[in-house]
Design a protein around this ligand. Structure first.
Ligand code: HEM
Length: 105
């Protein structure tokens, strides 16, 4: 089902924003700034110190890879330092990804 970015914005603000910013030039928090995420290879945001696991995970972030990653980040990238249990609900992930696509562009 297509995601609703308005709903996804609420998900991001409650579950992701404490560790990630999306605005260009906003800087890194505990996690990397996500501006420009779509189409970028994992572990390559300039100026952020990734775990070896995330750095060595060669995947391009787009709808499908984010959908799989956000279900269970530690399963998708074993050894990641992102402490987040994942989002089990397919619609919640779809909404979040619809928001991310807009907000990180
Ligand atoms: C990494 C998204 C929640 C901390 C990442 C990456 C993505 C992402 C896409 C990989 C970035 C890349 O490869 O360039 C999200 C989303 C979240 C979320 C959408 C909410 C659903 C969190 C939370 C925290 C966090 C709550 C902190 C408690 C981190 C850290 C990394 C990371 C530290 C780097 C991991 C490493 O180097 O191993 N996140 N994240 N994230 N995130 Fe999150």
């Amino acid at each position: 089902p297509p995601g609703d970015p308005k709903v996804g914005e609420k998900v991001f603000k409650t579950k992701c924003a404490q560790c990630h910013s999306v605005d260009k030039g906003a800087g890194h928090k505990q996690g990397p700034n996500l501006n420009g995420l779509f189409g970028r290879q994992s572990g390559t945001t300039p100026g952020y110190s990734y775990s070896t696991a995330n750095k060595n995970m060669a995947v391009t972030w787009e709808e499908k890879t984010l959908y799989d990653y956000l279900l269970n980040p530690k399963k998708y990238i074993p050894g990641t330092k992102m402490v987040f249990p994942g989002l089990k609900k397919p619609q919640e992930r779809a909404d979040l990804i619809a928001y991310l696509k807009q907000a990180t562009a």
